[in-house]
Design a protein around this ligand. Structure first.
Ligand code: ADP
Ligand code: MG
Length: 395
């Protein structure tokens, strides 16, 4: 689960690190008022969307308008807000369709001496979190990683013990910090690492982390994501979820207990088990097709779940055929066919449906399918199923 910059900054501030003063706004009036509240000198108006690259991003409706803008008067703050609120911001991370900006965050403008990069991710190779820092802050870190990887300094740390003082010193020397900045980092870096571990984050990125003219470390941007599988133990974080930022079909699937990921192809897939779903997608591709989604109905698919799964698959207008691939292990194949036929009626299929079943009571299940009189193509094995579903597209 991703959250907005202003929410991430609030959490980081609660964890003890310094963030600029800011006000969350939903209207141009609020933005103008926030400018005054913040002291009426330099302020920054920032679009709140679940994507980075906002500073360089531009609005579809106003191609000159950046997603992050510095303002020097209440009138200027208001004018910018009017061009941002309700409009569509396109950045390198949003894709061409962009994202609608519904919230602005107005912040005090800081005197920046240096922009650094700080990121924490879970490194599967190290088997734990790793803190990464670079003096190349404020810009696209992907480019630094690709062209000059030696400029990114890494310190894997233990989630329980946190970042060790020697690791802080390592980073400070490499970044060329002076004594005052080192003292700051001695508090700041372990605090951010502890925040990451305590909240089961999957990513925490501060780009830029700034060093101010008076040697303070301040979080200027915050991109934070939490591990969905750990959210059950962080109930208060769930309130920060912004469903308008998430894929509508994926939200709907989540509510029905289905694992669904929307993809670009045109063959809808309904499968039980994540591993089988992955191999099904591979086979479709092997035989020249493109999967429209990943969908795992889990171990105990019932009529309601299968119906909802079909509805979600068919709500994607790209879907031109559907492949159901079920292995009846704990679930019996005939039970699945029963659910399938009931759902088929309820949903009202308009595209070809290919079904491959294997496992307990498979013969009985195939007979039921054949006897149903429905226009359902039965497949004998995985390859047959993939060929048949791809074949329906060229037919
Ligand atoms: P994004 O990464 O989405 O482009 P940032 O929050 O990093 O958005 O802002 C882009 C740039 O705007 C920063 O690199 C920084 O130079 C400037 N900036 C952002 N917030 C402030 C602020 N409070 N004071 C001064 N400059 C800021
Ligand atoms: Mg940034």
């Amino acid at each position: 689960m991703k959250i907005h910059e202003y929410q991430g900054k609030q959490l980081l501030a609660d964890a003890g690190v310094r963030v600029p003063r800011g006000v969350v706004c939903k209207s141009a009036d609020e933005v103008a008022a926030a400018y005054e509240t913040l002291g009426g000198s330099i302020a920054v108006v920032k679009s709140q969307i679940h994507a980075g690259g906002r500073g360089k991003g531009r609005f579809k409706e106003f191609p000159e308008q950046p997603g992050v803008v510095l303002v020097k008067s209440a009138a200027e703050a208001r004018e910018n807000a009017e061009r941002m609120l309700g409009q569509t911001l396109v950045t390198i991370q949003t894709g061409d369709e962009g994202k609608q900006v519904n919230t602005l965050f107005v912040e005090e403008g800081l005197q920046i001496a240096r922009e650094l990069y700080l990121g924490i991710v879970v490194d599967r190779e190290a088997g734990g979190p790793v803190l990464m820092m670079s003096s190349e802050g404020g810009m696209e870190i992907e480019e630094v990683a690709a062209n000059t990887p030696e400029k990114i300094f890494r310190e894997p740390f233990d989630a329980d013990y946190g970042l060790m003082p020697y690791q802080v010193r390592n980073l400070c020397f490499k970044l060329g910090f002076n004594a005052a900045q080192m003292k700051q980092a001695g508090k700041f870096l372990p605090q951010v690492c502890k925040f990451f571990a305590d909240n089961d984050c999957s990513m925490a990125e501060v780009n830029p982390l700034v060093v101010t003219a008076d040697d303070e470390l301040v979080v200027l941007d915050a991109k934070i994501a939490f591990d969905d599988n750990a959210l059950f133990r962080h109930k208060p974080l769930l309130e920060l979820r912004d469903l308008s930022e998430e894929d509508a079909a994926e939200v709907r699937a989540g509510a029905a207990g289905l694992s669904y990921v929307n993809l670009d192809g045109n063959i809808g897939c309904l499968v039980n088990g994540a591993g089988l779903a992955m191999s099904t997608m591979d086979l479709i591709k092997l035989h020249g097709g493109e999967p429209a989604n990943f969908l795992d109905v889990g171990g105990g698919a019932n009529v309601d779940q299968v119906t909802e799964a079909f509805k979600i698959i068919l709500s994607d207008s790209n879907v031109k055929a559907v492949l159901v691939n079920i292995f009846g292990g704990i679930m019996k194949c005939d039970t699945i066919v029963e659910a399938l036929l009931t759902s088929y009626e309820k949903v009202g299929f308009t595209v070809p449906l290919v079904v491959r079943l294997e496992g307990t009571n498979v013969d009985k299940a195939r007979e039921m399918l054949a006897a149903s009189g429905r226009d359902i193509v039965s497949a004998t094995d995985l390859t047959d199923a993939a060929k048949k579903v791809v074949g329906t597209l060229s037919a």
